[in-house]
Design a protein around this ligand. Structure first.
Ligand code: GCW
Length: 611
């Protein structure tokens, strides 16, 4: 594999193999651009930071070891995209810019749509070092600096990564190190039990000793490991609840074990009752994270980061910001995004995420969190990310992890320029606009008005209006012949009360609640008149029809673009848009028919809805 992939398309195909430091990588990258007269000046204490200065025809980049690397990529990108360099010291918003891989040791990737694991096969580490270097280069070029290599569901012997496979993990870590990328491991809370202890109770001294010893072994093998990611008491994973302990007890026990080595515990807050009785209307899944963690605010150790998904459910097409992210004041918080398109088209349908992230950061001040993480969308497929355009999400994630205020237009524009430099301005804009609107289009044909979870259970692709309705997952729409949605206002489940003002008041009132979030917060009759004068049912019909038509328009745009793309991308893009169109048609007809049958209300435009 060479660099003619993704956004490094104009870079040297390969870097020399034995580069020891990020500065070596920076120099090697610059060597391919002899027109750039950039001198690098190392100032160790600057770390990730860098500063670019010009005097006459000479340029100087000053930075810490990794800062020089990031500054170098910024300089080359600016050169290729013909953009100015920023002045002053550049520093990242978040010191840990994490990518979480959900890779299993079997080689399978949970919710992966880009092929098998880049790291594992058959229960062991198995990779092509050249590919790993390529991945490291891609990640470093967009500032990602932490990689958790294994699935948060630690299954199938994955515990061995902290046992006999540690030397192999160390070898992999060495490949990433020159690119300023450090590894993390997901760990199983019940590991002590696997080693013969009768308990994993975090307050048990034997358990504490077990983890202290384990941490010593792990850091001995990989001295710059960032730490452990933990999914506990979530979707049947073991955790402190089994022993009547809190999540602060569990996280702090691990945090104390890793502290002597400078380690961090990233504790995931994805905790809810996944065995809910659908008859129970009092339990409301989105309330779970806040209810579990707010009482613990302030009781986590300094080296614990609580990692909270961006929304209170689970990476749906649209969700409000998780109230736990907005409310916890005395805990280090990380926000978790999902690049792999589990609910957002599975790298078949085009879904460009930066516009969605901009909305999140509209409600969530970037300073509320101290780190950021994203579930990776990478795998062994030739283009690494499944769909060539899905690369904009990986690249874009790096951009916002460095600066969450980066505009979606800027991210997508630069990505298009770097990836497809030969497009004329007209075609460049065609692609850029297609990507910019892709999320809204997908939302219209799958989940208008935040009508989420009408998806085929387990696989999460394609429509199934009642697929989750009578299941234990807490994901109900409760559609009947008159109305749809769950009342999450103060008169309903009370979820809205978890928000601080003014968001709480905005969402509480259906007249001020943004249309796109209406059915998240409110149960509404089909004949309710919405802000634009249309009824709720008409909006459901219209959005599904429009969504499909907009996919047809995207297809036309792609047929104009396709001949100009590299052959491999052309083939992928053209075959996938056909699948996307079939998917959109299915969503349109299934969901419209479902509501038509239930409500008996006709489409005012008399379009074809099935009986
Ligand atoms: O949405 C669910 C996914 C699971 C995932 C889980 C999580 C890794 O369907 O596949 O497990 O979220 O985030 O832990």
């Amino acid at each position: 594999m060479n660099a003619n992939h993704l956004w490094l398309s104009q870079f040297a195909d390969c870097l020399p193999e034995h580069l020891a430091t990020p500065m070596d990588v920076a120099l090697a990258e610059l060597a391919a651009f002899p027109d750039l007269p950039v001198a690098l000046r190392l100032q160790e204490d600057l770390g990730d930071q860098w500063r670019w200065e010009q005097s006459g025809t000479m340029e100087q980049l000053t930075g810490g070891m990794t800062g020089l690397l990031y500054g170098t990529y910024a300089r080359i990108f600016a050169h290729l995209a013909r953009q100015p360099m920023p002045s002053g010291v550049q520093s990242p918003a978040y010191p840990l810019r994490m990518l979480n891989c959900w890779d299993n040791l079997s080689g399978n990737v949970e919710r992966g749509y880009a092929g098998r694991s880049l790291f594992f096969e058959n229960g062991a580490l198995a990779y092509d070092p050249a590919r790993i270097r390529m991945l490291a280069r891609l990640l470093a070029s967009c500032s990602v600096n932490v990689l958790c290599i294994n699935n948060v569901n630690v299954i199938q012997e994955a515990q061995r990564l902290m046992e006999d496979l540690l030397p192999d993990v160390a070898e992999l870590a060495a490949l990433f190190r020159p690119f300023g990328i450090r590894l993390m491991l997901s760990c199983d809370f019940a590991l002590p039990v696997r080693h013969g202890l009768s308990t994993a109770d975090p307050l048990d001294p034997q358990v504490q000793k077990f983890w202290n010893d384990r941490a010593e072994k792990v850091w001995h093998a990989v001295p710059d490991l960032v730490g452990f990611v933990v999914k506990a008491d979530s979707e049947h994973r073991p955790g402190p609840f089994t022993y009547g302990r809190t999540h602060a007890d569990g996280a702090n026990m691990l945090a104390r074990a890793v502290k002597p080595f400078g380690g961090t515990i990233v504790w995931r807050a994805f905790v809810y009752n996944c065995q809910q009785d659908w008859r129970d209307t009092m339990t409301d899944r989105p309330k779970a994270a806040y209810d579990t963690y707010m009482p613990l605010d302030g009781s986590f150790d300094d080296n614990v980061i609580l990692q909270i998904k961006n929304g209170p459910f689970d990476f749906q097409v649209r969700e409000p910001v998780s109230p736990a992210l907005l409310s916890m004041q005395h805990t280090h918080l990380a926000m978790e995004l999902q690049l792999t398109q589990e609910y957002t088209g599975q790298q078949i349908d085009i879904f460009s995420m930066p516009p969605m992230w901009e909305e999140i950061f509209h409600d969530l001040s970037p300073a509320r969190i101290c780190s950021i993480a994203a579930v990776a969308n990478i795998g062994r497929d030739s283009c690494i990310v499944g769909h060539p355009f899905a690369a904009v999400n990986l690249y874009g994630y790096g951009c916002i992890a460095w600066n969450p205020c980066t505009k979606p237009e800027e991210i997508i524009d630069t990505w298009c320029t770097l990836t497809y430099p030969s497009l004329c301005p007209e075609k460049h804009d065609l692609l850029k606009n297609l990507l910019l609107r892709s999320r809204r289009v997908y939302e219209k044909y799958t989940a208008p008005l935040s009508l989420c979870w009408m998806v085929v259970p387990s696989i999460h692709y394609g429509p199934s209006p009642e697929g989750y309705e009578f299941t234990p997952w807490g994901t109900f729409n409760r559609a009947d012949r008159n109305a749809v949605g769950v009342d999450r206002t103060s008169k309903g489940t009370g979820y809205v009360l978890q928000y601080p003002a003014p968001l709480r008041d905005l969402y509480e009132n259906p007249r001020t609640c943004p249309d796109v979030l209406l059915l998240f917060f409110h149960r509404m009759r089909y004949d309710t008149i919405l802000s634009d004068g249309r009824t709720l049912i008409q909006r459901i019909y219209d959005d599904h029809f429009e969504g499909y038509e907009e996919v047809e328009a995207m297809e036309q745009d792609l047929y104009q673009l396709a001949p100009l793309l590299p052959p491999e991308d052309r083939e992928q893009v053209c075959s996938r848009i056909i699948l996307q169109k079939a998917n959109a048609r299915e969503w349109r007809d299934v969901v419209n028919t479902f509501f038509h049958r239930l409500s008996g209300i006709e489409d005012v435009h008399n379009r074809k809805i099935y009986d």
